[in-house]
Design a protein around this ligand. Structure first.
Ligand SMILES: O=C1O[C@H](COP(=O)(O)O)[C@@H](O)[C@H](O)[C@H]1O
Length: 272
C-alpha cells in the first residue's frame, strides 16, 4: 500500500486514454464505426433512449459517415431510441452557416432530422441555454449523477487553444457554472461567433463515454495536454470520472502522444 501525503491511498496507476491513430479519413471513419457499433449495441440493450452528443467544426462530416454506416449494420434498429444533441452550439439559427446543428442537418437524410434535439435561438444566449437544457431533460431524460446528466456518449473536438465544446481556456466559467447544471451561455467566445451555448464541464466529466476526434499537427500540443492532464486546457479537464476516454487521432495529431519508449526521455517531444 502506498501512503500518499499520510493518507492511506492505494497508488493506482494513472489510466491513459484508448488511442486510435488513422492514416486517412477512410480509416478514421472505420475506427469511429467500430466504436459506435460497440457502444450502441451495448447501450441499446441497457437504455430506453441512447443519447449521443456531437460537436461542430470539423466533426460533422466524419461523424455522419461513421454513424450512418454503423446504423446500417445494426439489426432491427429502432431510430426512435437514438437521440443526437449538440455538445455546444453557436447562438444562431440552424440555417446559419455558423450553426453546428445546421452542419449535421445538411449531411443527414431528411427522415432522420427528428433524432436531433432541437433548440430555439434567442438573442440572449442565456435564454437559448435555458430552453435547450429543458429540451435535453424532456427528450433525453438521461440518468443523473446528483444534479448532472450522465449522457451516454459524447464526441468532442478541440481547438488549437485547447478549448473543447465552447469551454475556452482562462474562462472562470469552467468551474463557476452553477446557475445552470447542464448548459451554459457564453457571450465572449474568443473564437467567433462570440455568443454560444455549451454543455458545462461537469456534464462532460459525468458522461459515460467521451471520445475526442482530433486531426492536424496544430493540435498535437493539445493531444499532449490531454495525455498529460495539463488542466490549463479545458480539453484536458473534459475527462470522464469513469476514465472511459478514447482518442481518435490522425498521424499528425498523434505526434502529441509522448514517446511510449521512455528510454530516450531526454529527447524533446517530437513536435517541438
Ligand atoms: O467552435 C468550435 O470549435 C471546436 C473545434 O472545431 P474544429 O473545427 O477545430 O474541430 C468544435 O469542437 C466546437 O463544437 C465548435 O463549436
Amino acid at each position: 500500500m502506498c501512503l500518499n501525503n499520510g493518507h492511506n491511498e492505494i497508488d493506482k496507476p494513472e489510466m491513459k486514454p484508448e488511442v486510435n491513430v488513422s492514416a486517412d479519413e477512410t480509416e478514421l471513419v472505420a475506427q469511429l464505426r467500430r466504436y459506435l457499433n460497440e457502444k450502441l449495441t451495448y447501450l441499446l440493450e441497457q437504455n430506453g433512449i441512447v443519447s449521443i452528443g456531437v460537436s461542430g467544426g470539423s466533426m460533422p462530416k466524419v461523424f455522419t459517415k461513421a454513424f450512418l454506416e454503423t446504423t446500417e449494420e445494426l439489426k432491427n434498429l429502432n431510430w426512435k431510441r437514438i437521440r443526437i444533441f449538440m455538445v455546444d452550439e453557436r447562438n444562431v439559427e440552424k440555417d446559419d452557416d455558423d450553426s453546428n446543428l445546421g452542419a449535421y442537418l445538411k449531411l443527414f437524410p431528411q427522415e432522420l432530422h427528428e433524432i436531433f434535439i432541437p433548440f430555439t435561438c434567442y438573442r440572449d444566449a442565456r435564454h437559448t441555454a435555458h430552453g435547450y437544457e429543458m429540451n435535453l431533460r424532456k427528450y433525453l431524460f438521461p440518468e443523473q449523477n446528483g444534479t448532472f446528466a450522465r449522457f451516454d456518449v459524447v464526441f468532442l473536438g478541440v481547438g488549437p487553444d485547447g478549448h473543447t465544446a465552447s469551454l475556452f481556456p482562462g474562462k472562470e466559467r469552467l468551474d463557476k457554472v452553477t446557475e445552470l447544471h447542464w448548459v451554459a451561455a457564453i457571450n465572449d467566445s474568443p473564437k467567433p461567433p462570440a455568443s454560444r451555448i455549451t454543455l458545462t464541464m461537469q456534464c462532460l466529466q459525468n458522461a459515460k463515454n467521451v471520445a475526442f476526434i482530433i486531426t492536424g499537427i496544430q493540435k498535437a500540443e493539445i493531444v499532449r495536454g490531454i495525455w498529460n492532464r495539463e488542466l490549463r486546457y479545458p480539453a484536458a479537464q473534459a475527462r470522464p470520472y469513469n476514465e472511459k476516454l478514447t482518442l481518435f487521432l490522425d498521424e499528425e495529431a498523434a505526434k502529441g502522444i509522448p514517446e511510449r519508449d521512455s528510454s530516450d526521455s531526454e529527447s524533446p517531444p517530437p513536435f517541438e
